[in-house]
Write a protein that binds this ligand. Structure first.
Ligand code: 4AD
Ligand code: MG
Length: 465
């Protein structure tokens, strides 16, 4: 007898096999004919498999007729072609074993649908819901596609540190890492003395692996990172997390246009793999989520059309001419907000937009300054439904310009001397970008809130579970 998954048991090829299944009861229904139907799920696919438990099973009265939603069971039986609509197969059980019961009174996931806000309060049980099963399988597929995409193109996967002393984005949104006793910190000259701290200097959780990634790109050519990143921004929005996963490729001898090309091919590969391997789950998202009927049209449209490349300056002109009233006013030199990004991608161009050449004052020190002196070789990829999904740039490879940019932004080049060395010795034009994994899942699924596409979200005021 083979142990198989629900996904395998649902396939017509399984008919006639004697099998063993292990999973959780979604529902049980007792038929007047003296037998019961059990809907079984094990997370291997969106659908359940229907188990028919005949009344002559030895434990039928004592156990089967008391199986509750949420209980774990082992089922042995034969796969049959199902007469019922919407399913190819069902299992005729010869043995039903209750492994762990779940109380109807207290198990929080009953048959009716639950709101996402409620599910966040039981984030340890929400993996058992259809939506989180679908999100989890999609996240897995996207992660695999990312590794495959880069591996096939000769990129090396680099593990950059989680603890770091540098603020890559220069935004100051850092979580401190320390072993200093907050009630009795060592002091020098009236301030906390971090030379007595674990790392002998202030240390933080990384906001990006880019700077360390650059060191490897400037030796191995093409690399990428894929890891957790941390931002202590107090942004309570449906698009921000305090802990999220970012993928950062970095390429030596790459100009900004090469970078744009790679970003576009990368996103398209992720979409086409999702359409190839996650169809059942994508259909679920399209059918069940509010305002998501156009999901496939959106994905196909992005997949089959070139991304529009538009300079920041042109983008601002379009926004100013749009006649719209914005919550945040638009002006050259001020940062674009989600409403502006989404207007460009969703309403004006109706396709992904790569905005490039942003004002130097808006972007971090490491971006290459253009000849106009006013803008830097930045690029943000904006997609319908989400806004910014990728942020990247060509890096400043000239030592003198880099050092003056650091000073301009209040950073001490001495603290970044190792990073400056990459320009001191064998400098090359190089570029890279960062893709937010959770924003990618939002885009692919049409889910509305980023807290609902990561297993255990960390946001201001929330680090439960
Ligand atoms: O634009 P960002 O800040 O770029 C960087 O960190 C660069 N070091 C990347 C690089 O050039 N190597 O972040 C990149 C992407 C964003 O476009 C967004 O998708 C995601 O990371 N992101 C977030 N996702 C969730 N929550 C947050 N708080 C995020 N901040 C950025
Ligand atoms: Mg950005």
């Amino acid at each position: 007898m083979d142990k198989i998954s629900v996904a395998e048991a649902r396939k017509a090829e399984a008919v006639g096999k004697r099998v063993c299944l292990q999973g959780w009861v979604r529902t049980r229904r007792d038929s007047k004919g003296g037998f019961s139907f059990i809907e079984l799920n094990d997370g291997s696919c969106q659908g359940n498999v229907q188990v028919v438990a005949p009344g002559d099973l030895a434990n039928y009265e004592a156990v089967v007729k008391h199986l509750h939603t949420g209980a774990s069971v082992v089922i042995e039986g034969e796969v049959k072609a199902s007469p019922a609509k919407g399913q190819a197969t069902e299992i005729l059980a010869s043995r039903v074993e209750l492994v762990g019961d779940a109380s109807t009174e207290t198990y929080p996931l009953q048959k009716k649908g639950h709101g996402f806000e409620f599910l966040r309060e039981i984030a340890h049980l929400r993996p058992r819901t259809n939506t989180f099963g679908a999100v989890t399988r999609l996240r897995h597929q996207v992660s695999m596609s990312i590794h495959q995409f880069f591996h096939e193109r000769g990129f090396y996967y680099i593990h950059t540190p989680i603890v770091t002393a540098s603020d890559c984005e220069g935004a100051g949104a850092l979580f401190r890492v320390t072993t200093i006793d907050p009630d009795a910190p060592p002091r020098a000259e009236g301030k906390v003395d971090y030379t007595k701290d674990f790392f002998h200097k202030p240390a933080y959780l990384t906001v990006s692996g880019q700077l360390q990634g650059e060191a490897f790109a400037c030796a191995l050519g093409k690399i990428y990172t894929f890891g957790p990143t941390f931002r202590a921004e107090n942004s309570n929005t449906p698009r921000h997390l305090a802990e999220f996963w970012m993928i950062e490729p970095e390429m030596a001898f790459y100009e900004l246009t090469d970078n744009m090309e790679l970003a576009e091919a990368f996103l398209k590969r992720i979409i086409s793999d999702a359409l190839k391997f996650c169809m059942e789950d994508l259909k679920f998202f399209a059918d069940r989520l509010e305002n998501n009927k156009g999901l496939f049209e959106k994905l196909e449209n992005v997949l089959n059309n070139p991304f529009r490349r538009v300079s920041y300056t042109e983008g601002v002109e379009i926004l100013l001419k749009s006649g719209k009233t914005w919550e945040f006013p638009v002006a050259w030199g001020s940062d674009l907000q989600s409403e502006h990004e989404r207007y460009l991608a969703e309403q004006h161009f109706k396709c992904p937009v790569i905005l490039y050449d942003y004002p130097r004052t808006l972007k971090p020190f490491y971006m290459k300054v253009n000849d106009d002196g006013k803008t830097v070789r930045a690029m943000d990829v904006l997609v319908p439904g989400v806004g910014e999904i990728i942020g990247g740039s060509q890096r400043e490879e000239r030592l003198d310009v880099l050092e003056s940019r650091m000073k301009e932004q209040g950073l001490n080049p001495e603290g970044y001397s190792w990073y400056c060395d990459l320009r001191r010795y064998g400098t090359v034009p190089h570029s890279g970008f960062g893709l937010g994994l959770e924003r990618t899942i939002l885009f692919l699924s049409g889910m509305a809130n980023i807290r609902d596409v990561i297993p255990f979200p960390r946001t201001p005021g929330n680090a439960e579970f």
